[in-house]
Design a protein around this ligand. Structure first.
Ligand code: MLT
Length: 410
């Protein structure tokens, strides 16, 4: 048999396992060190009570023959899809129907899986720095050439986002067919204004391109003028797929539930030049390769949409945003250049004194026993930057800040 050679083009390790490897080596050599992890964006606080209660009740359903559930619809239960369509979209003026929502077990999976229904030969644009999944899944799918010395893959169009352009990418100079956008942004914590998103929607409409819009962090938007969904932009229904998740708002990283919106008006070209509804292809893909999210978990997600659910989720989000504020303020007071963390759970800092991203990672790990994420792991334009996640307990965030600020003289 032959393997998929495209995997051999991938850089050695996915970023987060590579960090985990270094941290575990350090922990092994320093068994007494109390390491605080502000690296991967994984939640730490308990699931909202309303979600737990709903899941307990759902388990009881599974113990009663008249309420038992076997295979559910691959697209998700109608009662969840309807609430999502109504409360996440229609109340914001977005024309999204319940049957355009596909419930899934994660946005990471869906942003990778979507490539199943997109053809070969598309020109693909990503921001740089970027959530590594968008790049690596394209490498795996054979949509790129090899990586060059700076870590960029041939065949991808990289749009730099740095302090120099206020973390706002320029539109691509050439025609691209697929554009990955993530707002609020991972890793920089930047947001896109309505005007900025409109430029992208106009670009996609003019160039017959598709926008893959990752809105996993939308719950963290505090600025009332910032759109929560790409569909708040007129015309986006025809050119965009949106990915949303319960991981970061309701703490479902270990519980697993997300959804992807594929509007029926979005079409792509078949090789004979005809227009094909992307929704049909995704529906076919999901019903062939996926058996849906568990009934119990979908009941937990449904509880997010109750009044008390919204309140409890709001408290969780505020808790992490307060962590982000503490991180931002402590590091700015230290003289560092600090970005993000206002409408996002990530604070993006410029490494002081000309340090590289991995220099700062090693220094913080070795001297402060704090783990962050090196910006260069997200792309060449992330070199010299560093991401600190606000997902941790208050006590850990405060202890980490004490150690960082006493350790890092700027
Ligand atoms: C991150 O730290 O960038 C995220 O946790 C990754 C993810 O959500 O998959």
């Amino acid at each position: 048999m032959r393997i998929n050679d495209n995997y051999l083009k991938l850089k050695a390790g996915y970023l987060f396992p590579e960090i985990a490897r270094r941290v575990s080596a350090f922990a092994h050599a320093n068994p007494d060190a109390q390491i605080i992890k502000l690296g991967i964006g994984d939640v730490t606080e308990p699931l909202p009570e309303v979600c737990r209660e709903a899941m307990h009740a759902a388990i009881d359903d599974m113990g009663d023959p008249s309420r038992f559930h076997g295979y559910g619809p691959e697209q998700g239960y109608a009662w969840l899809r309807e609430k999502i369509a109504q409360l996440d979209y229609q109340t914001r003026g977005c024309k999204i129907d319940a049957d355009e929502i596909f419930v899934s077990d994660g946005s990471k999976c869906d942003t990778g899986n979507i490539l199943d229904i997109l053809g070969k030969g598309n020109t693909i644009a990503v921001l740089d720095p970027v959530y590594p999944v968008y790049v690596d899944t394209n490498v795996m799918a054979g949509n790129t050439g090899a990586a060059s010395d700076d870590g960029k893959y041939d065949g991808l169009v990289y749009l730099p986002v740095t302090a120099d352009n206020d973390f706002t990418p320029e539109l691509p100079k050439q025609k691209v067919d697929i554009i990955y956008l993530c707002y609020p942004n991972n890793p920089t914590g930047a947001v896109a204004s309505k005007a900025a998103l409109k430029q992208w929607v106009d670009y996609a409409r003019d160039n017959e391109a598709i926008i893959l819009f990752d809105a996993a962090y939308e719950a963290f938007i505090t600025d009332p003028d910032i759109p929560h969904s790409i569909y708040e932009i007129e015309g986006a229904r025809d050119v965009a797929i949106e990915f949303r998740s319960f991981s970061k708002n309701a703490g479902f990283t270990g519980t697993r539930c997300a959804f992807t919106v594929v509007p029926k008006s979005l079409t792509g070209k078949a090789s004979d030049g005809s227009d094909v509804e992307v929704h049909k292809l995704w529906n076919r893909r999901q019903s062939t390769k996926f058996n849906g999210v568990s009934y119990i978990v979908q009941r937990g997600a449904e509880a997010v949409y109750t009044d008390v659910g919204r309140q409890q989720v709001g408290e969780l989000v505020s808790f992490y945003l307060e962590n982000a504020r503490l991180i931002r303020e402590a590091l700015s007071a230290q003289g560092m250049n600090v970005y993000g963390g206002v409408n996002a759970p990530y604070v993006w800092i410029k490494a002081p004194n000309g340090m590289t991203s991995w220099d700062l990672f090693d220094k913080l790990l070795n001297e402060a026993h704090v783990v962050g994420t090196p910006g260069s792991g997200f792309g060449a334009a992330g070199e010299g930057y560093f991401r600190i996640s606000a997902f941790n307990s208050r006590a850990n965030v405060e202890a980490a800040l004490d150690r960082i600020t006493s350790n890092l003289a700027v």
